[in-house]
Design a protein around this ligand. Structure first.
Ligand code: SF4
Length: 398
């Protein structure tokens, strides 16, 4: 359950969805959503020429009391202030390794800050510089929808023998559901191990919330067929599936996807191969199955970085992941003679991740340095306990 300590207590009346347009503008609140809670406070103007100096000064004032985490997909203007960079799970663990830091400022999105809160001590405060920085994929599986799905599985006689496996990119509620039902969390680096473990526990998997990572891992890594997978659509009665389909499936894939990685198409791959002869296509497993099948290499964000580090001089790469990261890697490796381009011709930032900008970071650091605790992300104890069980199961994967 989401609990933002700066927000007012919720009442029945509060629990009304906010129009999407307002959420995308970062206005108003949807307490059932990963995405929108109004970000209070007077932000400095983006045009303020002193923003960099102000961020540096506030960080110095805070000293060891603050630890700034920067996700790989963040803007350069924010990444320059990160004490560590990485993917969401690495960053949550980095935070857990700094028990002396009073404030963990998470430059990422809401579910990542929740995971950091779950893995750090209760006395530490995890801060999200813009509360409107959510994740559209995590929003595609709400606690109510997933509980209803489990009821549908139970009715169909399919719940027994089904093991939930939830991607790290999910809300604390979904992680807690997974822990309650004996499942595990996975990342894009260990999804194969997670599925192998789950098939040792039961006969089928409910994979949440990214259908593409679930399908790609099941088919590419475990050798299951596409026919072994069905897609549960939370917007259709009974998920749009018959009881027989649910019982016969090996993989029940939640109908969720990443709005960034889901944009790459087979046409993007064809076009770049024509445009850059000899190019290696390297994509993230959150991409659609046909894109992953047409790529030369597939792997997590950390895999992508390592593959490019190890690439020989003169090699050419088209990378299908978030644009901030691809640009940074292209600049970093240009001096080594590696040509790195973005897989698609259109711009493809993670818009919610991009909500964390320098004005929000300055406002956050200055507020904390002045003794004003802002934008704390807090997962309630019971949710945290079950979510932690699912995370611990991931750490114990063989
Ligand atoms: S890149 Fe995709 S999965 Fe990651 S935070 Fe953005 S929308 Fe969510």
């Amino acid at each position: 359950m989401r609990d933002v300590t700066t927000a007012q207590p919720l009442t029945e009346l509060d629990v009304q969805p906010t129009p999407l347009a307002l959420l995308l503008l970062g206005r108003d609140a949807d307490p059932r959503s990963e995405r929108g809670v109004e970000c209070p406070g007077d932000l400095p103007a983006p045009s303020d020429p002193d923003l960099v100096a102000r961020a540096r000064a506030a960080k110095e004032r805070l000293g060891d009391r603050v630890f700034v985490l920067g996700h790989h997909y963040q803007r350069d203007e924010v990444i320059q202030f990160a004490d560590v960079t990485g993917d969401s799970f690495k960053l949550a663990r980095d935070a857990a390794d700094r028990p002396d830091a009073e404030y963990i400022v998470f430059c990422g999105v809401h579910f990542m800050a929740e995971s950091a809160d779950i893995l750090t001590s209760r006395s530490q405060q995890v801060i999200l510089p813009d509360l409107a920085a959510g994740c559209s994929m995590a929003d595609m599986a709400t606690a109510e929808q997933v509980a209803e799905c489990w009821d549908v599985l139970t009715e169909a006689g399919a719940a027994e023998g089904t093991v939930p496996v939830s991607y790290m990119n999910s809300s604390a509620d979904i992680k807690a559901f997974t822990g309650r039902h004996g499942g595990t969390i996975c990342t894009s680096s260990n999804a194969e191990r997670a599925l192998n473990w789950a098939f040792g526990q039961g006969e089928r998997v409910l994979f949440l919330p990214d259908q593409h990572l679930g399908r790609n891992t099941a088919v590419r890594d475990l050798g299951l067929s596409l026919d072994d997978c069905v897609v549960y659509d939370p917007h259709k009665p009974d998920g749009g599936l018959t009881a027989e389909q649910l019982r016969d499936a090996k993989m029940i894939l939640w109908r969720g996807h990443c709005s960034v990685h889901g944009r790459f198409t087979l046409e993007s791959v064809r076009e770049v191969r024509e445009r850059i002869p000899g190019v290696n296509v390297l994509v993230h497993p959150e991409c659609r199955h046909e894109v992953v099948s047409a790529a030369d290499q597939v792997g997590s964000t950390e895999y992508i970085i390592k593959a490019l580090e190890a690439a020989p001089a003169g090699s050419k790469w088209a990378v299908g992941t978030e644009l901030n990261l691809v640009r940074r890697l292209a600049n970093r490796f240009a001096a080594e003679g590696k040509e790195i381009v973005f897989l698609d011709r259109t711009v493809c930032f993670c818009s919610t991740m991009n909500r964390i900008d320098l004005p929000h970071l300055v406002w956050t650091l200055e507020s904390l340095a002045d003794g004003n605790e802002v934008n704390r992300i807090r997962v309630d104890d019971e949710t945290a306990r079950y979510a932690q069980a699912a995370l611990q199961q991931m750490l114990a994967l063989p």
